[in-house]
Design a protein around this ligand. Structure first.
Ligand code: HGY
Ligand code: MN
Ligand code: MN
Length: 428
């Protein structure tokens, strides 16, 4: 009865466009940082829609939201379907939002057809996936999966010195449920690929088998403030020159570990940031990624060597996040793969280059992902865009995979692959 069921693509698209009005930017994207008033409005809108679809909505200590649609047997752990509503400062309309609203569209479609699943279905919105305001990324799905403890998350500070816990309370989304106590039988996440591979190969669906590893660092370079006019070049302790050499070292290390490594310095603060004072302090971030944790270790060694070679200023390097590569659950991957084939979409199996809440949740709950293409592979950019029929196809796969999973008792076969994600990894 349910095989080959399809969602309402127009309704899905409209919900994404309506959500995109919250903290809309002039360039067509969204700047909806976590725990801001915009995040609150997005959460309120999702709650209204989920209530209208007959769901009950709860949220845990970190504001992770669960909208529950009852099944025939509500003693079974629910199938979670979701992603995140927070965006990058200059983000797009689809990153994260697509996955949450695909879950809502599945609930709406099941309602349209009066279908009662065996296990309950839950639409999930994970708090602070982006890590742009409170590092690291995937923070609250990480606490849920037991990768960070609660206090670590509650005490994270943003660049203006505001605490995570205070901001969560301010927007009214600090729940009582212990983060990690909420049962899920499986978790599925639909997401735009955020890279060019599906588009390059003209495929519609990515059957995602895992995620690459990542390491994040905070670097503080301490030199000495001095007058730009009267201080001789010889003997300066210019923190920005040292930082610039390390920025180039990050690129060199990533290229030296080609083709699968990437390295980025995305955030930098210069103090005192005055045009006629030699910078005395520079703080910046480093983001290394590779599907193989052993390679990330060699990149780490190369970075520490570059730091040791810096003599003009003092360098403090702190690795604030070590996220090993993850392999998704075989049964969940097969449900996605089987649904894709039965719906007749072109597809490839692939490892995710970007991090996702699913990469964290997979360490606790059987999990898999569905990718759809995005234009030119661009994301974390206001120009991010996706085709309505691709979004619809991904949501159809998600629906049929969820139906397969909700009617089988599911035993976790999750393993965190410490070395490297097994599927071949094609670097963009
Ligand atoms: O960093 C990531 O890969 C994700 O977009 N938060
Ligand atoms: Mn995302
Ligand atoms: Mn993102």
């Amino acid at each position: 009865m349910t095989e080959g069921l399809r969602i309402n693509g127009r309704r899905l698209w409209q919900s994404i466009m309506d959500m995109a009005k919250i903290d809309a930017l002039p360039g067509g994207g969204c700047g909806r940082l976590t725990l801001t008033d915009g995040d609150r409005l997005a959460r309120d809108l999702l709650t209204t829609w989920c209530h209208a679809a007959g769901c009950s909505v709860t949220f845990d200590r970190l504001g992770n939201m669960f909208a529950r649609r009852l099944g025939q047997d509500n003693t079974l752990p629910p199938i979670g379907i979701g992603s995140h509503l927070d965006t990058q400062p200059h983000g797009g309309k689809f990153d994260g939002v697509y996955g949450v609203l695909a879950g809502l569209e599945i609930v709406r479609t099941l309602n349209d057809h009066n279908i009662e699943t065996d296990a309950p279905i839950e639409v999930v919105n994970w708090t602070n996936e982006e890590g742009a305001r409170f590092a690291p990324a995937m923070l609250c799905s990480g606490v849920y999966a037991g990768l960070f403890d609660l206090d670590f998350a509650l005490n994270r500070i943003d660049s203006e010195g505001r605490r995570f816990e205070d901001e969560l309370a301010r927007i009214g989304y600090a729940g009582d449920e212990l983060c990690g106590a909420h049962k899920l039988g499986a978790f599925l996440e639909a997401h735009i690929e955020q890279g060019p591979i599906l588009e390059r190969h003209e495929e519609v669906i990515g059957v995602v088998t895992g995620g690459q590893g990542q390491r994040w660092y905070d670097v503080t370079v301490t030199g000495r403030d001095a007058h730009s006019g009267s201080t001789p070049m010889q003997g300066r302790q210019d923190a920005l020159v040292s930082a610039a050499r390390l920025v180039l070292a990050v690129r060199k290390i990533a290229k030296a570990h080609a083709p699968d490594s990437v390295g980025t310095v995305g955030e930098m603060h210069i103090v005192p940031n005055s045009r006629n004072t030699i910078p005395g302090e520079v703080r910046f971030t480093i983001d290394f990624r590779n599907p193989d944790d052993a390679v990330l270790s060699t990149m780490d060694t190369a970075l520490r060597k570059a730091v040791a070679a810096e003599t003009e200023a003092r360098i403090d390097l702190e690795m604030i996040w070590h996220n090993p590569p993850v392999q998704f659950d075989a049964d969940c991957i097969n449900a996605v793969h089987g649904a894709t084939k039965s719906l007749g979409y072109s597809y490839r199996r692939m490892v995710s280059g970007a991090g996702h809440d699913a990469c964290q949740v997979a360490r606790k709950v059987p999990t898999a992902m569905v990718f759809v293409p995005c234009k030119d592979g661009i994301s974390h950019n206001e120009a991010e865009s996706a085709e309505p029929d691709h979004l619809e196809a991904g949501c159809n796969v998600l629906l049929n995979a969820a139906l397969r999973l909700s009617s089988t008792t599911h035993h976790p076969s999750v393993h965190t692959n410490k070395n490297h994600a097994r599927e071949t990894f094609e670097r963009a």
